[in-house]
Ligand binder design. Structure first.
Ligand code: UD1
Ligand code: UDP
Length: 373
């Protein structure tokens, strides 16, 4: 029997992190699967560090990234460049992950070629088409296009069922980010991320990341002002802020947060180093999706700087709190966690609801059945 060909298509840092375990797992069965790795390179630098860390060599690199790209740029460039590849490769399945525009455009291109599509991390919803923007609509589109839906949790599965997706095509697998995180924690060596050496060991470290489009402008300005105020109010606190490479983020962050002794603005960290900083942190403030899933595994409370989340499981489990972007609330809630050991411990002790680190194996088993290989 011929091995079934799967094109794994992605373009951004989080997709790469979450697909790396799946690619590795499928490659353990070369008689069953021929894996073709296609990157759109919607992200260039931030993608490449993940490819290197997980030793992933793309078979195709569409190289679409432009500085300050618009959503239209990303979609158009992917659609134009992926079509000849899909026509040449004629895979049995295309696998996409999550809700970035790369995932949507690759799924759409596969559909145009009538190639079956598997969607990893299916079923996340906020029910607000502008939050997060454009991810809520990207993932809805992908659901419409997909043939197999790998839901990370039971809640995500219910969302899909409520939208009329065939139950027999939905599989609860856990989130593959937990697989990736576990591998990286196992790999962690004695080396120390340089930024950690610049922090007073008696101080508490707040890890901050922001990048969502709906936070650009006023919300991001408010968040940065709140961060400055938090550091002023708490002399034993230092902030490490790996700043996303998006110029829309860097400009505001630098203007408000530069030149403070206890605020460390640094370039994005590679995943291994980021997890080391996460482990060393006291608390996380973020609008990231993936970090909401990882922090609970390491016992770190997360304050979510968004108005809506598609990951209510973390809130229900007590590991995360949805704060919004209003400065007064961010300052108040952060101060509570910095002052009250009891409130802090309650969040730090909660369990991770996103999986057990065996999602990739489950996905591989389901693909074996679906592709009859
Ligand atoms: C994208 C995804 C978002 C995901 C995020 C993860 C979309 C619409 N957005 O948002 O869902 O949460 O990635 O980080 O798919 N840039 C670089 N180098 C890089 C990466 C980005 O210079 O390695 C700069 C470029 O100027 C680029 C800009 O950032 O034009 C924006 O990148 P883009 O992928 O369009 O949006 P993100 O905000 O990164
Ligand atoms: N991450 C990283 N380096 C950083 C910041 C984040 O490796 O400097 C990792 C993080 O651990 C998580 C992923 O990138 O796995 C999240 O990416 P991001 O927040 O950009 O996107 P989202 O998850 O919100 O789509």
């Amino acid at each position: 029997m011929r091995a079934k060909k799967i094109v794994v298509a992605f373009g951004t840092r989080p997709e790469a992190i979450k697909l790396a375990p799946v690619i590795k797992e499928l490659r353990r069965y070369p008689k069953r699967f021929k894996v073709v790795v296609l990157v759109t390179a919607q992200h260039r630098q931030m993608l490449d560090t993940v490819l290197e860390l997980f030793a992933l060599e793309p078979d195709y690199d569409l190289g679409i990234m432009m500085t300050n790209q618009s959503l239209g740029d990303v979609v158009v460039r992917i659609l134009q460049r992926i079509e000849p590849v899909l026509k040449k490769e004629r895979p049995d399945l295309v696998l996409v992950q999550g809700d970035a525009t790369s995932a949507f455009a690759c799924a759409l291109a596969a559909y145009y070629q009538k190639i079956p599509i598997g969607h990893i991390e299916a079923g996340l919803r906020t029910q607000d088409k502008y939050q997060p923007f454009p991810e809520e609509v990207n993932r809805r589109f992908i659901t419409t296009l997909a043939d197999l839906h790998f839901a990370p949790t039971g809640w995500a599965r219910m969302n899909l069922i409520e939208e009329g997706v065939d139950r027999r095509r939905i599989f609860v697998t856990g989130n593959t980010v937990i697989d990736a995180l576990k591998e990286i924690v196992r790999r962690q060596g004695p080396g120390r991320v340089p930024v950690l050496n610049t922090i007073n060991p008696n101080n508490r470290l707040l890890l901050v990341t922001i990048h969502r489009r709906e936070n650009f402008g006023r919300p991001l300005t408010g968040i940065c002002q709140a961060l400055r105020q938090i550091v002023r109010l708490h002399p034993d606190v230092e902030i490490v802020f790996p700043v996303h490479l998006n110029p829309m983020v860097r400009g505001t962050v630098r203007t408000i947060l530069s030149n403070h002794k206890r605020i460390h603005l640094i370039p994005p960290l590679d995943y291994l180093n980021f997890i080391q900083v996460l482990k060393s942190s006291y608390l996380v403030l973020t609008d990231s999706g993936g970090i909401q899933e990882e922090a609970p595994v390491l016992g770190k409370p997360v304050l979510v700087l968004r108005n809506r989340t598609e990951r209510p499981e973390a809130i229900e489990a007590g590991t995360a709190k949805l704060l919004g972007t209003e400065p007064a609330r961010i300052i108040r809630e952060t101060s509570i966690l910095l002052k009250s050991k009891r409130c802090y411990q309650k969040m730090a002790r909660a369990k991770s609801p996103f999986g057990d680190g065996r999602a990739a194996k489950r996905i591989r088993e389901i693909l074996t059945r679906f592709l009859a290989c």
